[in-house]
Design a protein around this ligand. Structure first.
Ligand code: SME
Length: 154
């Protein structure tokens, strides 16, 4: 999808999510709502969900899409890279990413955005896969980072 089209779509999704999430103060409910809306409104999202750090491991949390790996081997793959670098990672072709963890062979590109708690500490990541190559751009990074902030909005 072209960046200008993404801008319009993310803008509408952000408005819809802003209205939806305030109906609950439960972070888990908000997280689930965010991935459900994103996954069904963005047709290039093939898998959309969270991995959270639990006892030093990255464990899957709420998601939409095909069944995925429950635990990601430590310090391997894109999710761990984003967590360790503490920044969003965009991968145009996952097959060229060292140690990429393929939960589903149909994924070709990926974006991983660090997920912060209310105090600003990184507790995991939002991971989105696409079956298209080079599906994600700086526009996805900026909007997904902004959407994750809705989890903690008062
Ligand atoms: N590809 C990810 C693993 C999670 S699945 O894509 C859902 C990674 O390399 O960390």
């Amino acid at each position: 999808m072209e960046d200008h089209k993404k801008e319009g779509r993310y803008g509408r999704i952000y408005k819809q999510l802003s209205d939806l999430v305030v109906k609950s103060n439960n972070a888990q409910a908000r997280m689930a709502t965010i991935v459900a809306v994103l996954h069904h409104k963005m047709d290039y999202f093939f898998w959309t969900g969270y991995y959270l750090i639990e006892d030093g491991e990255m464990t899957v949390n709420s998601y939409q899409g095909p069944v995925a790996c429950q635990i990601l081997a430590k310090n391997k793959g894109v999710c761990w890279a984003a967590f360790n670098r503490q920044e969003t990672v965009v991968v145009e072709d996952v097959h060229t990413f060292p140690d990429h963890i393929a939960c589903d062979g149909r994924s070709n590109s990926e974006i991983v955005v660090p997920l912060k708690n209310k105090s600003g500490e990184i507790i995991g990541v939002l991971d989105v896969d696409s079956s298209q190559k080079a599906a994600f751009s700086e526009v996805d990074a900026r909007w997904l980072e902004k959407i994750l902030e809705l989890i903690w909005i008062e």
